[in-house]
Design a binder for this molecule. Structure first.
Ligand SMILES: [Mg+2]
Length: 317
């Protein structure tokens, strides 16, 4: 087992939650509006009418997965789905005791599981079910992949089985696999530029040419060379991953990366969360924001317990 310390877990999880909370008040707003009224700090109210520093489904589902891993020491897919039900139907793992901001595909998959109790078939697999709802919660898979120094194939299997609980289409799985591979490289001490080179060299033979072609701007080109006008920041998994990598690669500190992400508009909290998780690991996070998060003590306790727990990768097949 490779070792990761509490600090690396803290930076990833808090980085994600801060990016999420910065984006929540302006979710769905357009880029032009945000150019005139840019987000610079946590704000109260806005889109979801919640207190400043409130994080949403992105962080809640990440925490639900993390607590399953902490308590089961492996991937128990029934337990993970039950915890997603506890979040959606009973407000568990939330910032302020209230579940809000639920994506359509996640809600459908959790509903499927509540009826059928089958983690192998509850995920949605249509091409239209490729929102960012599995990408936004996949961070713990990167830590476990790193800690166990998984091969590309095993990292793919673990990522696939986790994404497919809600998002079973290969476009979603590929987006998650690129992200998990990138984060693993950062955890291995590689710079963001080295991590970007690593994702281009990883194994992709398990994916179709059609799916690979979708991600060509990341895997064949240089995402950082694109102009902001070429970066969409919608909830489509491809757009969200492109936006997050673009924000990370074109900034050199945590604050600039997440504020750039949020101010792209549209799916502000999720693009903020994905960017924030990577930027937190790269640069560390500002304590002033970490302290202002709602339910920060619970997040901190989760990081400590997660960092202490040895977690075995386990698969559905
Ligand atoms: Mg959200």
């Amino acid at each position: 087992m490779a070792h990761y310390n509490n600090d690396l877990v803290y930076r990833g999880f808090f980085g994600l939650a801060i990016g999420d909370a910065l984006g929540v008040p302006v979710e769905f707003l357009g880029r032009n509006w945000l150019k005139k009224n840019p987000v610079r700090d946590f704000q109260a109210f806005g889109t979801h009418q919640v207190p400043a520093g409130t994080w949403s489904d992105d962080t809640s589902m990440t925490l639900a997965l993390a607590w399953s891993l902490i308590e089961k020491h492996c991937f128990d897919y029934d337990d993970i789905m039950q915890r997603f039900c506890d979040w959606l139907y009973h407000d568990n793992y939330t910032a302020t005791g209230r579940t809000f901001d639920v994506g359509g595909t996640c809600a459908a998959a959790i509903g499927n599981y509540a009826r059928n109790r089958d983690p192998r078939s509850c995920g949605e697999s249509g091409e239209r079910s490729n929102g960012n709802g599995s990408l936004m919660r996949i961070l713990p898979v990167a830590y476990v992949s790193y800690a166990n120094q998984l091969s590309d194939v095993d990292r793919y299997r673990l990522t696939r089985d986790n994404s497919a609980l809600t998002h079973a289409h290969e476009i979603s799985i590929l987006g998650c696999y690129i992200y998990v591979t990138f984060v693993c490289s950062l955890l291995n001490g590689r710079s963001k530029n080295e991590a970007y080179a690593d994702i281009k060299k990883a194994h992709y033979s398990m994916f179709s040419e059609e799916a690979m072609a979708k991600y060509h701007r990341i895997l064949k080109g240089n995402i950082a060379s694109l102009d902001e006008s070429e970066i969409a920041s919608s909830g489509y998994v491809l757009n969200s991953l492109e936006a997050a990598l673009w924000c990370l690669m074109t900034s050199d500190n945590y604050e600039d990366a997440v504020l750039k992400a949020v101010n792209l508009g549209k799916d502000t909290d999720t693009v903020g969360a994905i960017t924030g998780s990577m930027a937190g690991i790269c640069y560390g996070i500002p304590q002033v924001w970490a302290k202002k998060l709602q339910n920060a003590a619970y997040l901190k306790k989760t990081c400590k317990r997660f960092a202490e727990t040895q977690i075995t990768p386990s698969y559905l097949d």
